[in-house]
Design a protein around this ligand. Structure first.
Ligand code: FE2
Length: 174
């Protein structure tokens, strides 16, 4: 049995993971519109990973005999100016999610709910990977000298890099 606080945090996280999936799916649509097939694949795969995160927490709550109650999700931003802005927005979002996961880890530890504390460790590791992934992409953009141009070689190479960036980063820790 989960405490009210832990239940609330985990239940909200189900919606938060769906929200992240939604944001990345919109980023994939933006990339498709711009003709950036590598970036489109990258964000599509990332969106699917977020759905996997949603399902993990959904399953955990069910296993604990708790009903999942889904919250509302705002329409994601779609009018990005350039690829650098999109990647930066994704990185910022990952940092926000890391904060949410950290709160769950802190609360479960404080309540001596070691079952949830153990469950959330996978997400702690996953968030580290996600932040590293987006930081690596931002580093790659800097090395290529890409500063948000709408066309050109740096954008082309960054798009190519993104096509396989998940594989290079080791993908999901599952
Ligand atoms: Fe996630």
């Amino acid at each position: 049995m989960l405490s009210k606080t832990i239940y609330q945090l985990l239940n909200d996280q189900v919606t938060a993971e769906q929200d992240a999936a939604y944001k990345y799916l919109q980023m994939a649509a933006w990339a498709e519109k711009e003709g950036l097939s590598g970036a489109a694949k990258f964000f599509r795969v990332h969106s699917q990973e977020e759905e996997g995160h949603r399902d993990r927490i959904f399953d955990y709550l069910n296993e604990c005999g708790q009903e999942v109650v889904l919250g509302a999700i705002d329409a994601p931003k779609h009018d990005y100016d350039n690829l650098l802005e999109v990647i930066q927005a994704a990185y910022d979002h990952e940092k926000k999610v890391t904060g949410m996961i950290k709160r769950i880890a802190e609360a479960s530890f404080a309540e001596q709910d070691y079952q949830t504390f153990n469950f959330i460790q996978w997400f702690v590791a996953e968030q580290h990977e996600e932040e590293t992934l987006f930081m690596t992409v931002l580093d790659k953009a800097r090395v290529l000298g890409y500063e948000g141009e709408k066309q050109g070689e740096a954008l082309y190479l960054l798009d190519q890099y993104l096509a396989n960036a998940h594989e290079e980063a080791g993908g999901d820790p599952e």
